[in-house]
Each structure stands twice: as structure tokens, then as C-alpha cells.
Design a protein around this ligand. Structure first.
Ligand SMILES: Nc1ncnc2c1ncn2[C@@H]1O[C@H](COP(=O)(O)OP(=O)(O)OP(=O)(O)O)[C@@H](O)[C@H]1O
Ligand SMILES: [Mg+2]
Length: 525
């Protein structure tokens, strides 16, 4: 029976099917007047036509937008995944051509539905076969992003077997290649690999310890909004500067078309002979003569953007070496560069300069590495353990409500259970000072002064739990019903937190007066 690994990327989505020992990257097709386009990647884009509101997805969306250009009234939405980062703050997208807003979950489900159809059309899975899939997400993805991604995959018809962080998947793919690939496998000495994954929208770094078929993530961190999209935007700004135009002067469709051009120009640098990038504004209906931009000037703008990624990698490797003393940066630690943006020569130059004694490994398949790793996991051959990339906890009041503290439930670096293992558990007890507990959950990448959340901070859903036995547990209290009271301070409330192998966190709350229990999944719509 076939099983899949799917990497839903910011720019490209890739699916790999494993069937009876053979791994195949799914080829997606789009028929055009000039023949059939066949590609290993399924662009993470949607085109919505004006009037009919018909949606085109993936290759077809990309092709139609490329062919017809910015058609007034239509809406082009590339990089769909970028809208998931802020899912806990806003769940809809406004589109200028249409009144009203589009629901992010609905757009993602329909996009993934079209992906499922394209996978079935490839003939690599039988028509009635379930799409048993391991899905991936950025190591640094926030809770809301994980929640909506998994939900939409299920709604689109995928049977999600398990989930995996993208850099972990790449480490598994690399290890598989090094152990003589998917044919005869030989055992190697335990070793570490640091993965540097710079894609279209996110940067992730992880250090993974590999011992045979066991993969243990030691540390993970990332930057939510750093990827090739940002590099395209910078090049566009540089061109517009030369044209003395403000980016705000562009209508969204022209902007998308220009970004396609800057992306195509950026991608030519990897060829090694290009020293200058070009734009002819007239091609986009903008007055002006063709302009050029030296690659050296472009690199000057990119270097400061890449520095935080290099710093993140340094810190990931340092923290991994503290946990696993057999890791030595000065003795050939492998750094695996994946993600399409790693093809930019500046990226490998900067990584190699930061780690002169490490072995920087470049892949000729930077786009398919993650999906391949996920497909390897789907066949249950390997065992892996991920870690929390962010601190997860809740804000509590201290000193009779005068001070707030961040109570970290699961610190960054905490190992997440493997598939099949019991959930991770942590219990907290306290004496309530309110009639209703208002539990405000947060996650963050760093801890600031006084242990308060810092870095990238994201809210999870709040939980309101009545300690007052006069309020039924089935009631849905509102935050404005919470009042201070000493009535329950003599009682002890117990909170039990559990995290399963997908990183889903639940809290079980016990009301002391009646011993009633309620369990909440903490991230909920
Ligand atoms: N030759 C190249 N040189 C530089 N960048 C490239 C090249 N080829 C592709 N890219 C860039 O790689 C990015 C897409 O990479 P990839 O498919 O790995 O990202 P993704 O998996 O969709 O995104 P993410 O992992 O961030 O969610 C795009 O920004 C694209 O412009
Ligand atoms: Mg990717």
C-alpha cells in the first residue's frame, strides 16, 4: 500500500509516494495549448477569477497568472502558507477585487483538495486508496499554524498519520542518502547533522543526532518570516528606487507580476555567470527605460538579512553541543543546506565562512528533501523525536494580582513524545483568587527580563474555567465575568498538561469543590 510524505511549502508543495520500496516524487501536470507542463512542485498559489469566483490552484494558478498577467478583477494569492503564521490573530484575507473576506482555513482546504486530486491523477496511488500521509511544518511553526495545517489536510481528504518538523525530515533524507540510499543500507557511526533550511517563506535550523534509524532532534529554532519571498521583495524595492517609485503606488496584481520577475532574476544568479539583474518596466505597463542592478549591490542588501539566520544556526549548534558532547564544530560536523533559497551562492558562502571547519553539504534536490524525509517516516522504518522549538506556558498573577509571571509549562528544547509513546505530562497546583480561572496561554521564542515572554510571542486560545461550583462546567463564561474573590483560596486546583506526539497540547482541569474534570485542547478555533 502506498504512503505519502507531503511538504506544504510557502512557494512549492511537494509530495513523495512510497510504494513497495520505491520512492517517487509526484509529477503534477497542467495542459496548455502548447503542450503539457509536468513539474515536481505544485506551487502554493491560488488564482480566483473575477465574476465567477472560480478558483485555480497550484500549477494551473501559476500558469494562468504567468500567461495572462495581472487580469483586472482577479485575485492572485501566492505563498498561502505565509497567512498561517498569523492565524491566531486573523483568520481571513481581504481581496481587493471581491467584497467580503476569504477564510484562510477554507482557502487552504480547497488548495489541499486540489493537491490530493493532482496526486491521484499522477497514478502513483490507486483511485480508492486512502492518502496515508506524514505532513511537515516548520520547526518554528506556532501552535495555531500547526492546528490549522493539520485540520485542513484532514478536511481535504488526507489521512494524517503523523507530523514532522521540516528540518528533521531533511536530516532523515540526508541520512538515508548517506547510508547508501533507498537500496542496500549500511549502518554508520552515530553522527550529527545541522540542517539549514531556507525556503520561500521561512527559515529553520535544527541539529539532529543520528544513530542508525533513530533520529533525535537536539535543538531547533527558526525565523518565521525569512525566505526567498523577502529577497524578491528587496530586489523589487531596489528596482523601484531606481525608478523613483513607491511600492505603494503599485496595484497588487502588478506587484505580484513584478515579484515574479525579480524572483526569476534572483534565481539566475545560481548559474554562476550572472553579474547584473534586469527589469524592463514597460513589460509591466510602467513608464521608464530598462534598468539594471549589479548582483554585488543586491548581495549588500541580503547580507544583513541573512545574518540572523547564521546567528540562529550558530546558537542551535552550540546548544546541541551542550546536550551531546560528541558534536564538534571543528571536526567536520555536517551542515546540510536545503530549501530553494539555499541555491543562492551567497547563502553557502556565508554558512561556510561562519563554520570554516564544518562540512557544508549542498543538495541538487533542495525542493524535494523535506517531502522525501517525510515519506521515509511514513513507512515506519525510522524513529524520530522532535523537541519544542518555542517555550509554551501561561501568564499567572502573583502578589495578589499585582504582578504577572510567565509560567513555562514546556520549555523550548523539551523532547516531544514519539509516535506511539504516552503523552508528555506536567502538573501544576495552585490556590485560585477568582471565581473563574482565566488561563492565558502563550508561546515565545525567548525569555526576557523577569522570565517574561520575548522574541516572537504568539497567543494560543484562552481557557475560562469556573472554580465556583455555582457556575456549571458546561457554561461558556466570558472574561468579564471573572471577579476577584478569597472564597476559593483554601482549595487546591490541579492542572494537568499533556502533549502528544503531534505536539497537540491539552489541559485537564479539576474543580476542587465538586471534583469535576474538564479537558481542553489548548489551541482551538
Ligand atoms: N536558483 C535559485 N536561486 C535562488 N533562489 C532560488 C532558486 N531556485 C529557487 N529559489 C527560491 O527558493 C524558494 C522556494 O524554495 P522552496 O521550495 O524550498 O520553499 P518552500 O518549501 O516552498 O518554502 P518554506 O519552506 O519556506 O515554507 C523561492 O523563493 C525561490 O525563488
Ligand atoms: Mg520548505
Amino acid at each position: 500500500m502506498a504512503r505519502l510524505g507531503v511538504d506544504f511549502g510557502t512557494t512549492n508543495t511537494v509530495a513523495v509516494v512510497h510504494d513497495r520500496g520505491v520512492f517517487s516524487v509526484v509529477l503534477h501536470r497542467a495542459d496548455t495549448g502548447a503542450g503539457t507542463i509536468v513539474r515536481e512542485v505544485y506551487p502554493s498559489a491560488i488564482l480566483i477569477e473575477s465574476g465567477s469566483e472560480h478558483r485555480w490552484f497550484g500549477l494551473e494558478a501559476d500558469r494562468r497568472f504567468g500567461q495572462h498577467g495581472p487580469e483586472p478583477g482577479s485575485f492572485y494569492l501566492p505563498s498561502l502558507k505565509r497567512h498561517l503564521h498569523n492565524y491566531s490573530e486573523g483568520r481571513t484575507i481581504s481581496m481587493d477585487a471581491f467584497s467580503g473576506r476569504f477564510d484562510v482555513g477554507d482557502l487552504l482546504t480547497s488548495y489541499l483538495g486540489s493537491l490530493a486530486e493532482s496526486i491521484r491523477t499522477s497514478g502513483l496511488v490507486e483511485p480508492d486508496e486512502p492518502l496515508e500521509t506524514v505532513i511537515t511544518w516548520p520547526a518554528n511553526a506556532n501552535g495555531a499554524q500547526r492546528h490549522i495545517t493539520r485540520r485542513c489536510f484532514r478536511e481535504a481528504g488526507f489521512q494524517v498519520l503523523s507530523t514532522l518538523n521540516e528540518p528533521t525530515a531533511s536530516a532523515i533524507e540526508l541520512a538515508d542518502c548517506l547510508t547508501a540510499g533507498r537500496g542496500g543500507r549500511q549502518r554508520r557511526e552515530p553522527s550529527a547533522v545541522a540542517v539549514f533550511d531556507l525556503g520561500g517563506g521561512t527559515f529553520d535550523a535544527s541539529a539532529v543526532w543520528i544513530d542508525g534509524d533513530e533520529f533525535q532532534v537536539l535543538t531547533s529554532a527558526g525565523i518565521e518570516n525569512l525566505g526567498g519571498d523577502d529577497f524578491d521583495r528587496v530586489l523589487l524595492e531596489m528596482f523601484l528606487d531606481k525608478l523613483k517609485m513607491s511600492p505603494d503606488a503599485l496595484i497588487p496584481l502588478t506587484r505580484h507580476a513584478l515579484l515574479r520577475q525579480t524572483r526569476a532574476q534572483k534565481e539566475t544568479i545560481a548559474g554562476g555567470v550572472v553579474r547584473t539583474l534586469f527589469l524592463n518596466p514597460m513589460d509591466f505597463g510602467i513608464q521608464g527605460l530598462p534598468i539594471s542592478m549589479p548582483v554585488a549591490a543586491y548581495y549588500d542588501r541580503l547580507r544583513p538579512m541573512l545574518k540572523p539566520a547564521i546567528a540562529t544556526l550558530v546558537s542551535v549548534i552550540e546548544r546541541a553541543a551542550e546536550r551531546e558532547p560528541r558534536i564538534h564544530v571543528d571536526r567536520g560536523l555536517r551542515i546540510y543546506l536545503v530549501g530553494g533559497t539555499s541555491k543562492l551562492p551567497l547563502v553557502s558562502e556565508m554558512v561556510a565562512a561562519a563554520f570554516p571547519r564544518c562540512q557544508v553539504v549542498l543538495t541538487d534536490k533542495p525542493f524535494t528533501s523535506v517531502a522525501m524525509g517525510a515519506a521515509i517516516c511514513a513507512m515506519d522504518r525510522v524513529r524520530y523525536r522532535d523537541v519544542f522549538a518555542r517555550h509554551f506556558g501561561l501568564i499567572r498573577l502573583r502578589d495578589f494580582g499585582r504582578a504577572e509571571v510567565f509560567d513555562v509549562v514546556f520549555p523550548a528544547g523539551t523532547p516531544i513524545p514519539r509516535r506511539g509513546e504516552p503523552p508528555l505530562e506536567r502538573t501544576a497546583w495552585y490556590h485560585p483568587h477568582h471565581n473563574i480561572g482565566h488561563l492565558r496561554y502563550l508561546e515565545c521564542t525567548a525569555l526576557g527580563p523577569g522570565g517574561l515572554p520575548d522574541g516572537s510571542v504568539r497567543a494560543w486560545s484562552d481557557v475560562l474555567f469556573p472554580y465556583d461550583p455555582g457556575i456549571p462546567l458546561s457554561a461558556r463564561p466570558a472574561a468579564d465575568q471573572v471577579v476577584d474573590t478569597e472564597q476559593f483560596t483554601g482549595q487546591t486546583v490541579c492542572e494537568v498538561y499533556r502533549c502528544d506526539s503531534d505536539g497537540v497540547i491539552t489541559v485537564e482541569l479539576r474543580r476542587p469543590a465538586t471534583d469535576e474534570v474538564r479537558t481542553h485542547e489548548i489551541y482551538q478555533d
